[in-house]
Design a protein around this ligand. Structure first.
Ligand code: G3I
Length: 399
């Protein structure tokens, strides 16, 4: 009996739905996904219920940890993509896309890197991004090139409040350097800056991120989108509109927005209906924002979650219980997607090979045709700059 049949039987036994979020995502042209956790040499992937949820429910996956520098580059001279490849291959074998997380992050720098002087850290940033982007060229479209470079603060005069970590102090232009290096290696890739606390437009951290975007765009630094981590909790006053409002200033700057790490922390006496409302708010906001090109949750099940490291008594944050049964949040999202006949086509910052796209005043020459997906060219007007932008709209890979 093959794994697929086993999964089907398992699904019937535990009375769960089967391949429904994914099926609706593919039908609607919406990426809906989750982070996979390959800790312990991928032991989780061998758990039938885990594999079932991960591989049959989502059309995009991201590795929670396996593609970070500490995993990929155990020492300066060695690149070991085996863990990241395992996560990548798992997603592709499941017919899912895969987003890369994360090339440069102050909180995941190996000790060999932090021991280097500034000049050698600069070289290591360039070599790491160059090697990663070459290795996954033609395999992965979307990359979190830099994660969490900013302080939890805001300068109302428009300055950028940088996270005061050695990564920045040694090379204050490391974000620009990383993005330019990535674009030069793979002009077709879609490059993202990923951060948290940007899901409320009026929060200082979101305004600080917009100041960063303005700074980067003023220097024609290539950037295609911003990742909204969305590590939230049930107490936050989140609605569909607050999320749409949070997306708006980034969209106005010609960027894609992606929900990249959504989890909704809920205390032991969890109000599961409120948790479902919050998940639904993010999904509806993404669906109603054509520039929202991916909706990814940070984990498959409450059985494997980082949340207790953040708040010791918090275990509930995903849409599936620790015993792999579905939570109200799962049902709410499934019913919502099932009720949609169609959604506005997603609008990507897709680049013709060799073209450099300035997202603020993007003019993209040529068309990238991906045999696995149909590609159409459309134009949308960047309301911030009034420029007309060519963007490619792709249907989500079927499968
Ligand atoms: O693999 C080792 C294992 O060999 C060892 O026995 C074990 C105990 O020390 O640690 C294991 O590595 C842990 C890894 O997760 C795998 O589980 C690391 O110590 C631990 O620090 C790491 O935590 C991850 C954290 O990023 C730091 O990389 C979390 O799982 C992951 O959920 C979290 O994800 C981040 C995003 O990348 C960026 N946005 C915030 C988000 C939450 O912090």
């Amino acid at each position: 009996m093959n794994a697929q049949n086993l999964l089907l039987i398992l699904a019937s036994i535990v009375g769960t739905s089967f391949a429904q979020l994914k099926a609706h995502g593919n039908r609607l042209g919406l990426q809906i996904g989750a982070a996979s956790n390959g800790w312990g040499d991928g032991a989780q992937f061998a758990i039938p219920a885990y594999a079932y949820r991960l591989n049959t429910e989502y059309n995009v996956q991201v590795a929670e940890n396996e593609c970070k520098m500490t995993n990929i580059r155990p020492n300066q001279a060695t690149y070991d993509f085996s863990d990241c490849d395992r996560a990548y291959n798992l997603s592709r074998n499941a017919g899912a896309d895969f987003r890369f997380h994360a090339a440069i992050w102050y909180n995941d720098l190996p000790t060999w890197f932090t021991a280097l002087n500034a000049a050698n850290q600069r070289s290591a940033i360039i070599s790491h991004i160059t090697t990663v982007m070459n290795y996954y060229k033609g395999k992965i479209d979307v990359y979190d090139i830099v994660n969490e470079a900013l302080a939890d603060a805001w300068d109302s005069n428009g300055g950028v409040m940088w996270r005061q970590e050695p990564l920045y102090q040694n090379n204050p232009d490391f974000v620009e350097l990383s993005l330019r290096t990535a674009r030069a290696v793979n002009p077709s890739a879609r490059l993202f800056y990923n951060d948290y606390s940007n899901h409320f437009s009026y929060w200082g951290q979101s305004r600080n991120q917009l100041n960063l975007i303005d700074y980067l765009q003023s220097r024609d630094v290539p950037l295609d989108g911003v990742g909204f981590q969305c590590h939230v909790d049930v107490a936050q006053p989140i609605t569909k509109q607050t999320v749409i409002d949070a997306f708006a200033p980034y969209v106005a700057r010609g960027l894609e927005v992606q929900i990249t790490e959504l989890d909704v922390a809920c205390p032991a006496t969890c109000n599961l209906n409120r948790q479902a409302e919050v998940y639904l708010a993010f999904l509806q906001a993404c669906v109603e924002t054509p520039r929202c090109t991916s909706f990814v949750m940070w984990g498959v099940t409450d059985a494997i979650t980082w949340l207790p490291t953040l708040q010791p008594n918090i275990f509930s944050g995903t849409i599936v219980n620790g015993n792999y049964t579905e939570k109200p949040a799962y049902t709410a999202m499934l019913n919502y997607l099932a009720g949609l006949q169609s959604i506005p086509a997603r609008q990507y910052n897709t680049h013709a090979p060799g073209a450099v796209t300035n997202t603020a005043t993007s003019t993209t020459s040529g068309t990238v045709t991906n045999s696995a997906t149909s590609t159409t060219t459309a134009t949308v007007t960047n309301s911030a700059t009034g420029t007309r932008k060519k963007v490619q709209k792709r249907s989500v890979r079927k499968g």
